[in-house]
Every structure is written in structure tokens, then in C-alpha cells.
Design a protein around this ligand. Structure first.
Ligand code: ADP
Ligand code: ZN
Length: 437
């Protein structure tokens, strides 16, 4: 560990494109071979007559069928494992609100590699062993907890496993322990700031904070800027998902020009969700990921349902690992209202442009007199009795939203602190529409 270096793993982070692709092919071939130990993949390969030696170029990845969340559910809990259970040391399971939950198994080597990936991300944004890292995200099955914990320890920082919630205690930890870096979901950072304000604590003067890692839920560039202005520090986008271990899959570098996906760990494809054909670079499609160094449970061409696009393959930071745009949300976050496709993030982008508004908002879809409607409730930054001004503001916001989503929503400006706050991922949409079968 050379603390003068911009790179934690220079041998991987500074590979040229050609070197990345060479390494990927080698690791893909090893992974496909290893997948023959998984009852699920063995059967799948046999059904289509695919043999590991058929993979002779990266292009050949197209011969491999996609893996879906449904496959994970169908093989719940251990049907996809590529090693005997005896070799596994941990599992993470998703909540499974619809159908069976899903399980991801890890060997000790998988956990080590995961910690390395998270440490690499944190190093990239300037964190070093002298830093004090507070993890204000949920622990337990939520991978943002243990994922960041082990990654921050691997880097050698003093870690504060605060977990989510209890904002007063979080803030006391900031000041008492000299916390310099925090990981939290973006909606929780804005909550923490509100409580700091109530306590008369100015993050710029009264804390040593310098870096925020925000992620686990979709958020707009406007939301990020707002968080940076509030807290007076840089906020870096962190992307991950349980199926790919958790955090550490992709992270922004100091250039803040997209998420670097670590291509020594994953093969990235962007496909049209309908035709499943690759889309040209720059066009939005579904992110598909293949793990390249997982032991317990490799996943091949996993359809993440996250929508994004390629921004570039080089970067001023010196890394040639692919850069993707911030996620628009998952294909299943998309609301279809009167035939129009809308993502919550489009609404957030508009709302965050108004300094008069706070950061908490809620979108409710209802059916009234056989018409589907959208109501956008958003908190005011400061409560006000100026009815006329509020009416004018409401009108302006409604017009701006209409320009963005092509439908006119009902906009309600509500009192500061009146909308529900979640300690985990924010709930932005409530769909109360009648379903006609
Ligand atoms: P769950 O599947 O229960 O939501 P995960 O923690 O595995 O639990 O969630 C992963 C998902 O969270 C991703 O597929 C993506 O939709 C979303 N996500 C994670 N990080 C980000 C981010 N930085 N920006 C936008 N969405 C994100
Ligand atoms: Zn970069």
C-alpha cells in the first residue's frame, strides 16, 4: 500500500483497454468452466450444447444464455452454487417481497475480493488509512453494511459501524470521533443535514467531513449537487447490488464523470431489454453483468434491470475501466401513466432545481373517476405562510414537470418534515391505482 499513489491496485486500475479485454477473456473462460460445477448452469449448458471450450473470444459471451432474478428465485436457496456448501462462509438474502427471496453465497475468497473492490473505490476518492469512516447504512442482510465495513477496514481506516438511524447519535459520532467520510443512502444524508441544522451544527465548521459515498438508490445529479452544497464536501456515487456481492461494483472517481465499473471483476454489457441485442455505446439499455472472479456463485450475463448507458472507456483519472451514466432506475421502477413512461428520477431532477423546496418528495398514483392521476408532494425547504407565493411556485413547478414528463401532475407543497422518511432506501412512489383485469 503506497499512500502516495492515486491507485490502490495500480496493476489492475491502470490496464490498457487491450489488457483489460485479454484478462476478461481469460477470466470468462475460467468462470464458464467453473460454472459446470453448478447444477443450474450445467443443465443449462447441456440443454443448448454449450461447452466451456466454445468460448474463444469475448464476443462468444453471446452464446451464453442470460441469467435472471427468476432463475435465482427458482433455484432458491442453494441451487446455483458452484462449490459445496462446506466451502461457503456467508450468505446474503434479499427480502423477497414478490415470490421467493434470493440468496447469494460467498466463500472466504469471495469476501476478500469484495473487500478489495470496496477498498479500491474508497481509495480512488482520496481516502487513506488516516481517515475515519462512518457507515450510516443498514447492516445485516443489506449489503451496504458489511460490504462497506470490510472494505473500509481493508483500506485501513478507523471504522465507525454506526448503522442507519438515530440521527442525533450519528451526528455526535461525527463530532466526537472526527469522522472524515460517511457512507449513507442519499435520502438519509439530507435527513442528517436537517437534524444538524436543528442542532445548530454546521458540517463545514463543526465536523471534519470531507467525503461522502452515496448510493444504493437512484438519485439525480441535482440531488447530488444539493447534498454537496449542504454538507460542503464531495459526494461520490456508489453503485452495487446484492447479486454482484453488494457495493464495490462501480464508483465515481474524482472526475465525477460517470461510474467506473471494475472490469477485472465484471464484464459489462448494455442490451435492449426487448430484443436483448446490444445497444450502441451511448444509448440507454439494460445493464447486464457477468462476474469474473467469484467462486461460490458466479453469475453469467445477469440481467440487472437497471437502465443506463456507456459514457466512455477512458478517463482523465488514468483508469480505462468503462464509465457508465448514473442509473435511471430499474425497468420495474418505471411508471406507466396514461401510456407515458416516467421514471421517478425525472421528477426529482426538476424538483431539486428549486431552492425553495426540500429534498423529500413522494409521488402517488391514483385512479379518480376512471382517470389515472399523479400527485407530487414535496416538502418546502422553509415553512411559509405566503399563500400567494406558494401558489405561484406550485404553478411554476407544475409547468416544469409537465415539460419533462408530458403530463400534468397535481403538485402539493407540504410542510418541512411532514413526509415519511425511511432509514433505508427511500420510498418515492406509492401506486394506489385500480387494476383492471
Ligand atoms: P434490492 O434488490 O432489494 O433493492 P440491492 O441492495 O441489491 O437490494 O439493490 C441493488 C439495486 O439498487 C440496483 O440494482 C439498483 O437498482 C439500485 N442501486 C444501487 N446503487 C445505485 C446507485 N448508485 N444509483 C442508482 N441505483 C442504485
Ligand atoms: Zn476516472
Amino acid at each position: 500500500m503506497n499512500i502516495e499513489s492515486e491507485f490502490l491496485h495500480p496493476e489492475m486500475e491502470t490496464l490498457s483497454r487491450a489488457e483489460i479485454e485479454k484478462l476478461q477473456l481469460k477470466r470468462l473462460q475460467e468462470t464458464v468452466k467453473h460454472c459446470m460445477n453448478s447444477p443450474f448452469y450445467k443443465k443449462r449448458f447441456e440443454e443448448i450444447g454449450l461447452k466451456p471450450e466454445d468460448i474463444t473470444s469475448l464476443e462468444d459471451i453471446k452464446k451464453i444464455p442470460f441469467t435472471t432474478k427468476q432463475d435465482l428465485r427458482d433455484t432458491y436457496p442453494f441451487g446455483m452454487a458452484s462449490v459445496p456448501l462446506r466451502e461457503c462462509v456467508r450468505l446474503h438474502s434479499s427480502s423477497g417481497t414478490t415470490g421467493n427471496p434470493t440468496v447469494i453465497l460467498h466463500t472466504q475468497k469471495d469476501l476478500d475480493e469484495w473487500a478489495n473492490a470496496v477498498a479500491r473505490c474508497l481509495w480512488m476518492v482520496g481516502l487513506r488509512p488516516d481517515d475515519v469512516f462512518q457507515n450510516s447504512s443498514g447492516y445485516g442482510m443489506f449489503t451496504g453494511g458489511l460490504g462497506f465495513q470490510y472494505g473500509a477496514e481493508r483500506l485501513g481506516m478507523l471504522t465507525v459501524p454506526a448503522a442507519a438511524g438515530n440521527s442525533l447519535r450519528q451526528i455526535k459520532f461525527f463530532t466526537d470521533f472526527g469522522t472524515t467520510a460517511v457512507h449513507a443512502v442519499p435520502s438519509y444524508v439530507t435527513r442528517l443535514y436537517e437534524v444538524m441544522q436543528q442542532q445548530g451544527i454546521d458540517p463545514r465548521k463543526d465536523t471534519k467531513l470531507k467525503v461522502l459515498a452515496i448510493g444504493a438508490e437512484p438519485h439525480s445529479e441535482e440531488q447530488r449537487k444539493r447534498i454537496e452544497d449542504m454538507m460542503g464536501v464531495k459526494a461520490y456515487n456508489s453503485f452495487g447490488m446484492s447479486e454482484m456481492c453488494g457495493p464495490g461494483v462501480a464508483f465515481e472517481c474524482k472526475e465525477q464523470n460517470g461510474l467506473h465499473f471494475w472490469e477485472d471483476y465484471y464484464i459489462v454489457e448494455i442490451v435492449d431489454p426487448e430484443t436483448l441485442e446490444p445497444v450502441p455505446d451511448g444509448e440507454i439499455g439494460e445493464l447486464v453483468l457477468t462476474t469474473l472472479n467469484r467462486e461460490a456463485m458466479p453469475l453469467l450475463r445477469y440481467r440487472t434491470r437497471d437502465l443506463t448507458r456507456v459514457l466512455g472507456k477512458t478517463c482523465l483519472c488514468g483508469r480505462n475501466h468503462i464509465r457508465l451514466d448514473r442509473m435511471r432506475g430499474r425497468s420495474d421502477d418505471m411508471m406507466v401513466l396514461r401510456g407515458v413512461n416516467i421514471f421517478p428520477i425525472q421528477i426529482e431532477k426538476i424538483l431539486m432545481q428549486y431552492p425553495e423546496l426540500g429534498s423529500n418528495y413522494l409521488i402517488t398514483l391514483t385512479t379518480d373517476d376512471n382517470n389515472d392521476n399523479m400527485t407530487v408532494e414535496v416538502e418546502l425547504a422553509e415553512n411559509s405562510n405566503e399563500t400567494e407565493q406558494i401558489q405561484k411556485l406550485t404553478k411554476n413547478i407544475t409547468r416544469a414537470l409537465k415539460d419533462e414528463i408530458l403530463l400534468t401532475p397535481f403538485v402539493k407543497l407540504v410542510a418541512k418534515g411532514s413526509l415519511p422518511v425511511s432509514e433505508g432506501k427511500a420510498v418515492r412512489v406509492v401506486d394506489k391505482r385500480k387494476v383492471y383485469l
